[in-house]
Design a protein around this ligand. Structure first.
Ligand code: AP5
Ligand code: MG
Length: 209
């Protein structure tokens, strides 16, 4: 299974990917997680990425594309992968197609998780993640256990200002890839509002269509 999860910031891509990769036994490749790991290491590249990410902008295509394409040619992706947060521009989508064509493989599905803009800010601002396990929590909808409260991380781009900019970027730069995948006949739309367990079932159902 080679698939992509697309959706606005806070749509639940990371939450759903963590569940689905267990079912399909494929690696979860999140460009955002890869970039945050680089920022944490404090490398020159990390500083450059942080500059774009913390204010809610996109990392330029010429930086993003080689990093992700390199990752999807690693040995653990031989049976497939779940991309989360890539592609998010038209040039990224075209570069992915080219790379996959070179390898003689193709995408099976692009799942679009749809959530209205007015719900996104609250989801992102109250998100907390556990750096030890990678688990994603929400202070209201999926509260973390009290004993790990001290180690939880609040992302630097989960401020109101940055989230508003990320949502605007999503509509301007990422939404145009939706018709691109519709034309290819592989776009599956899923309502991303509701209980996360129900949304996982909705995704599995559209993948079986
Ligand atoms: P990235 O890390 O990809 O962030 P994003 O797309 O903004 O998405 P998020 O991770 O914020 O949300 P999510 O959909 O994963 O939701 P989650 O499951 O956590 O990218 C970050 C930045 O990196 C970008 O802004 C850009 O700068 C850069 N970047 C990354 N990739 C790039 C690329 N390809 N090109 C250029 N730049 C790139 O859920 C959110 C919250 O909601 C959580 O608290 C969760 O518990 C809660 N929640 C989840 N599901 C539900 C539900 N059903 N009901 C209620 N709450 C829920
Ligand atoms: Mg995410």
């Amino acid at each position: 299974m080679r698939m992509i999860l697309v959706g606005p910031p806070g749509a639940g891509k990371g939450t759903q990917a963590a569940r689905l990769v267990e079912t399909f036994n494929i690696p979860h490749i999140s460009s955002g997680d890869m970039f945050r790991a680089e920022v944490k290491q404090g490398t020159e590249l990390g500083k450059q990425l942080d500059h774009h990410m913390k204010l809610g902008g996109l990392v330029p295509d010429e930086v993003t594309i080689p990093i992700v394409l390199k990752r999807i040619t690693q040995a653990d992706t031989a049976a497939g992968f779940m991309l989360d947060g890539f592609p998010r521009t038209r040039p990224q989508a075209e570069a992915l197609d080219k790379e996959m064509a070179k390898a003689g493989v193709a995408l099976d599905a692009v799942v679009l998780i749809e959530v209205p803009d007015q719900l996104l800010e609250e989801r992102a601002i109250h998100r907390r993640s556990d750096p030890q396990t990678g688990a994603i929590y929400h202070l209201k909808y999926n509260p973390p256990p009290a004993e790990i409260a001290g180690r939880l991380v609040h992302r630097s781009d989960d401020t109101k200002e940055a989230v508003d900019k990320r949502v605007a970027k999503y509509h301007a730069e990422t939404a145009p890839i939706i018709p691109y995948y519709m034309e290819k006949g592989i776009l599956k739309r899923v309502d991303g509002v509701g209980d996360p367990d129900v949304i996982t079932e909705r995704i599995k159902a559209v993948l079986n269509d």
